[in-house]
Write a protein that binds this ligand. Sequence first.
Ligand SMILES: [Zn+2]
Ligand SMILES: [Zn+2]
Length: 402
Amino acid sequence: MNPIVYAIPVFMLTIVIELIVAARRRLAPYDLADAITSLHFGVLSQVAGAFTKVFTFGIYVLVFEYARLFTLPADRLWVWIAALIGYDFLYYWVHRAGHEVSLVWASHQVHHSSEWYNLSTALRQTATGALFVWPLYLPLALLGVPPVVFGAVALIDLLYQYWVHTELVGRLGWADRVFVTPSNHRVHHGQNDYCLDRNYGGILILWDRLFGTFAEERSDEKVVYGIRKPLASFDPVFGNLNVYRDIAREAAAQPSLHAALGRWFAPPAGWNTPVPHLDTSTVTRYLPATSRQAKAYAAVQYALSIPVVMHFIAVAAALPLGARVGYALLIVASCVSLGWWLEGRRVAVRIESLRIAVVGAIGLVAPQTFGWAESDGLRAAIVIWIGASALGLLAVKRARAS
Ligand SMILES: [Zn+2]
Ligand SMILES: [Zn+2]
């Protein structure tokens, strides 16, 4: 069973706690549409992982089986600690490549595309990350770190980074100089001049101090979150692909094949191009005029999708490929539909009606397609959902007309 299934309820609960604490302190670190979008990126990342993890992890296992130089025992604590530190060291370089090499930035920028900073931002993960960075972890396989240990420390490193995405925890003294903490990771998400390409660490910030990329959070300059070329969209598929498109266009405009290939490996701003100064007071957040009713509708639909996504992650590996692809496409299309809805696109009501009709039809006529257990309870739930969704759509349409 994919352990992320168990983590999802914890993520949702802690997000609610963060919202409550923020409200009590009269802080507003959330925008509902942005948070739902972050969670949609997380969903797409997991959906993509259901197809790519077998491949990337499979290569790790092959290298370990046939090319390892040593054999480290999986039942020794020192192996686990050494593997975690080794993974965290490699993560530093993977993450640094994610900011300093255009090809990898095209994938990693997803995580930075929110202009807000809260626990939901942590879940804003790329869907294409697995494509390029997996070879950088193979030294651990060569050194003989058993696959089970590698998988576990990779998960520990990822889950550790969840809690640092919050504005509610201030400076933590010496810990800010040893570990990745909310304070130094806020700097990593800033687009202020002093924040760019700083604080790449996963668990230890010591790597940044060692390799000269550390910056301390400044008390005299508010961190402005996001990327210099704003995403300005709630569509998570577009958010995953738009920077690839931009770099491909720039590469196509190069005078030679050599220069075109080079564009993919240059820093995002280009070779020898200093990043221009940014006056952060001119930065505005992407806030399309979405009505409260429309936001509430999207929030309810997102909440109802959580058990479906958990089910997909749990059963994906056991589904036949065709069903797995179909199920994945249904989830991706649902995320895009709600994204367009939150952007207030005119076509969104029609697309959303179509989504309800398709999901409803599958649930009522052929639930076994995606491994949904056929029962009267499921049928009743789907009929209620279709009815309530139709009423919600009508209410939003009426509010828009008035
Ligand atoms: Zn980053
Ligand atoms: Zn982050």
